[in-house]
Structure formats: structure tokens, C-alpha cells
Design a protein around this ligand. Structure first.
Ligand code: 5GP
Ligand code: MN
Length: 439
């Protein structure tokens, strides 16, 4: 058994695609025992990487970003350093407000600019007296504290925030809720997965990680994401709320904590049921109602990849499965319970999506669309399309498997028949003679 585990470990350690886990190591290094946290070694961004992106980001304040029909071109603003305001074309600003936005076309420094545009276009800068340098420092810290992992990375942070931003515009939330609530929602989305290491709460709890110990198994990840957010906000140079009153800060802190903690999927039914119960009497002037809506909006944004165009959504599924599979590999390696929906031996792309869309995504999205019927076309239709797509893929996979099984069976019977014929010719009528003995 021990031998088997060791050989599995060796196999994993020599697979380069697992390098994000820190599992990949030079086997010529020697045979010293890895530390218990060996798989957490290479997650963090390096200082060089951060500085490079930061420089690019700061220079980009002076860049005009345009879209063409299918591509993106950048043209540098002629006034260069004299130009003090962020210049992003009107076309991009409008595109940014829609769920069809394609994150894959933008590099990290550009994404930071786009996040800045969101704070600007929601009028947060003058309303909350946010200094542009402080917002930039805040966004840089956010970028820095998302790890280089396949799914829960800075691009996921952007996608969730961009969906939240899109929902705010599509539902005309600005006319229904006050700016502080919108600021809470956007900032919660930005911060909601900070310092995720690519292992879910089940792993944290089963492996008794530092996080599980610190938070007594109660939403260890979400508590951590939130704590890191406020660590960033504690520093004056990155505190975008530094010019607000104590009361305003208190309200924002309470709101962000509520929103981020609501992203723990183990609370999914609790939050959804609360929303369902208030829906028939929903009242925007009722704070409790608004709080539940805010939790629903961040939850919707958090799991909204399938509401995006297929060419945007499908690569995200690949990233998610890569992270899932890596977790289940490590669970096997460490002898921990293996999370079934993460097991590479049990899960396929379509099997992962059909159930998730049917039983998690659609029931949630449909309730939100009950409050905002205009969302039907923007988020429900694409999700239904994705369900059809993966249902077809599932059927095709099943047919393929059946065909393969049939041809394998046919080959086996042919082989057996051949074997019988051979043994008949070789050894006469004694067909019961085992093959091994006939040779
Ligand atoms: P997050 O970890 O991003 O805060 O919470 C969302 C969780 O929902 C993910 O970790 C993942 O388990 C699940 N999830 C989100 N999107 C998808 C999806 O497209 N397919 C599946 N199968 N699960 C998803
Ligand atoms: Mn998330």
C-alpha cells in the first residue's frame, strides 16, 4: 500500500501541469521529505510578476482601448503623460455592461483598468471621494493577492465583478438602491475569492488546514477571503473607503462580510429559500429584503460562467475541472475522502454541467428573473442553451461508450471463437483446455 502511494506521489510530482500546486519538483533534488504544506509552495505571485503588471497598469492610464468587431486594438493616447484621465472608448464601456463580455481578450493590467472603469462609471469616485491613486493601489493589491491557480484566480475575480456590474446596469439598480449598497456589491465581488489556494472547504476541513483550524470549520475559505479584503483596506494607501465616515465604513464592512460569506455554496439553499420567501412581497425600501437580494446577486455572479457565450464559458469549465481534478488527486495522495464531483475517474465535462445547471444554476437564476423579468434573455436563455449543449455532449459520449463496449465485446467473442477454433485444431475437441496450458 505504502509503495503504491509513493509511486502515485512520484507520478504526480513528475507531471508538469501540476506545477501550480508546487507538486512538480526536480526529482534529482534528493529524497528529502516534503513539508506538510509542500503543495502550497508555488501559488503566490512573484514580486517580479506583480511589479511588471503594476508598471503596465499605471502606464495604461494613458492608453485608449478600442474594440474592433472581433479583436482588440490598442492605440496610445497622443498626449501621453499629460493626459490625466482614464481613456477607454465608449464602445468598450458599453460592452463592459453586458454579460457577453469576453474576459479572455484582456491581459491582467488591462483588466485592472477595466475594474477602474467600473468604479468610475458607477460614479463611485466623486460620491465616495475615492482618490484615483488609492483605487489603483487597492486594485493592485487585489491583483497581487489572487493566486496563480487554474480557476479561482484574478480573471475569475474580474468575471464575477463584471457580471455584477452588468446586472447592476441591466436591472437599473441605480434607481432602486443607494450607492453604498452598489459599492458594497461591486467591492464584495472584487474581493470574494482573495487568496484562494485551489482547495475547497471540504478539503480544508478534512485536511485540517490552518484555515479550518482558524475558523473552526465554519466557511474557512470565505472567512479568509473577507479577512484578506479588510487587511488590504486597513492600509491607508489602499483603503478606498478612507474618506468615508465611521458610520458609512461600518455599514460597508457589515455588507461586504455578509455578501462574501454568502458565497459559501454550502449555504446555497438557505440563501435561496430566504429569497423565495420574500419575493412575493419584495420591497426595495426594506433593508432585510435588500440584504438578501445583494447576497443573491453575488451568488448569481459567482456561478455565472454558463450565462456567457459558449466560447467564453467553455474554457472556464476546463479551468474549473483542472482545479477540481488537482484537488482530488491530492486527496487521493493524502488518503483523504475524495470529493466525488472532483474525481477525474468519475466526472466528465457534460456530466459536471448538466446536473449543476439543472439543479443549481437554473433554480437560482429563475428566482432572480422573477424579480427582474428583463434578465430572462440575458442570463436564462444562454444557460438553457448551455444545458442543451452539454446534454447533447453527454448523449454523444454515452453512445460512444456503448459503441466502444459493443465493439470490444465483439472483438472478445471473435477472439474467443478464434481461440476455440485454434484449440480445436491444435488440441482436438477438448475446448475446456485453458489457453495458457495450450501453449
Ligand atoms: P466559488 O468557489 O467560485 O466562490 O463558488 C462557486 C462554486 O460553485 C465553485 O467552487 C464550484 O464548486 C461551483 N461552480 C461554479 N461554476 C460552476 C460550473 O460551471 N460548473 C460546476 N460543476 N460547478 C460550478
Ligand atoms: Mn468565486
Amino acid at each position: 500500500m505504502k509503495k503504491q502511494v509513493d509511486s502515485f506521489r512520484e507520478k504526480l510530482e513528475s507531471v508538469e501541469h501540476l506545477s501550480w500546486l508546487g507538486l512538480f519538483k526536480d526529482l534529482s533534488e534528493g529524497t528529502h521529505k516534503p513539508s506538510p504544506f509542500y503543495h502550497k509552495r508555488t501559488l503566490r505571485k512573484t514580486r517580479e510578476e506583480c511589479e511588471h503588471v503594476r508598471e503596465k497598469f499605471l502606464q495604461m492610464r494613458f492608453v485608449k482601448i478600442h474594440t474592433k468587431m472581433f479583436g482588440i486594438v490598442h492605440s496610445y493616447c497622443s498626449c501621453h503623460h499629460l493626459c490625466s484621465s482614464l481613456e477607454v472608448s465608449e464602445e468598450v464601456r458599453q460592452y463592459l455592461k453586458t454579460p457577453t463580455f469576453d474576459n479572455w481578450q484582456w491581459e491582467d493590467a488591462e483588466i485592472m483598468v477595466l475594474l477602474q472603469v467600473m468604479y468610475t462609471d458607477l460614479d463611485f469616485i466623486p460620491t465616495f471621494n475615492i482618490e484615483p491613486e488609492v483605487l489603483q493601489q487597492f486594485l493592485f493589491e487585489i491583483y497581487r493577492r489572487y493566486n496563480n491557480i487554474p480557476f479561482h484566480n484574478f480573471k475569475h475575480c474580474f468575471c464575477v465583478t463584471q457580471m455584477m456590474y452588468g446586472l447592476i446596469w441591466l436591472t437599473d439598480l441605480r434607481s432602486k438602491m443607494d450607492s453604498i449598497d452598489l459599492l458594497i456589491m461591486l467591492t464584495s465581488a472584487v474581493c470574494h475569492d482573495l487568496d484562494h489556494t485551489g482547495y475547497n472547504n471540504a478539503y480544508q476541513i478534512n485536511a485540517r488546514t490552518e484555515l479550518a483550524l482558524r475558523y473552526n470549520d465554519i466557511s474557512p475559505l470565505e472567512n479568509h477571503h473577507c479577512a484578506v479584503a479588510f487587511e488590504i483596506l486597513e492600509r491607508t494607501e489602499s483603503n478606498i473607503f478612507r474618506n468615508l465616515s465611521m458610520d458609512q465604513y461600518k455599514r460597508i464592512r457589515e455588507g461586504i462580510i455578509k455578501c462574501i460569506l454568502a458565497t459559501d455554496m454550502s449555504r446555497h439553499n438557505e440563501v435561496l429559500n430566504k429569497f423565495k420567501s420574500i419575493l412575493p412581497v419584495f420591497d426595495f425600501t426594506n433593508k432585510d429584503h435588500r440584504d438578501v437580494l445583494m447576497m443573491i446577486l453575488i451568488k448569481v455572479s459567482d456561478i455565472s460562467n454558463e450565462a456567457r457565450p459558449m466560447e467564453v464559458a467553455e474554457p472556464w469549465l476546463d479551468c474549473l475541472l483542472q482545479e477540481f481534478f488537482n484537488q482530488s488527486d491530492v486527496e487521493k495522495l493524502e488518503g483523504l475522502p475524495v470529493t466525488p464531483f472532483m474525481d477525474r475517474d468519475k466526472v466528465t465535462k457534460p456530466s459536471s454541467q448538466t446536473g449543476f445547471i439543472r439543479f443549481v444554476l437554473l433554480p437560482l437564476f429563475i428566482e432572480l428573473a422573477n424579480l427582474f423579468p428583463c434578465l430572462e434573455q440575458h442570463i436564462i436563455h444562454p444557460v438553457r442553451k448551455a444545458l442543451d449543449y452539454y446534454t447533447e455532449m453527454e448523449k454523444a459520449l454515452e453512445t460512444e461508450q456503448q459503441n466502444r463496449a459493443q465493439s470490444e465485446n465483439a472483438a472478445k467473442s471473435k477472439e474467443a471463437a478464434g481461440g476455440r477454433q485454434d484449440s480445436q485444431t491444435d488440441a482436438g475437441p477438448d475446448t475446456s483446455k485453458p489457453e495458457s496450458q495450450s501453449t
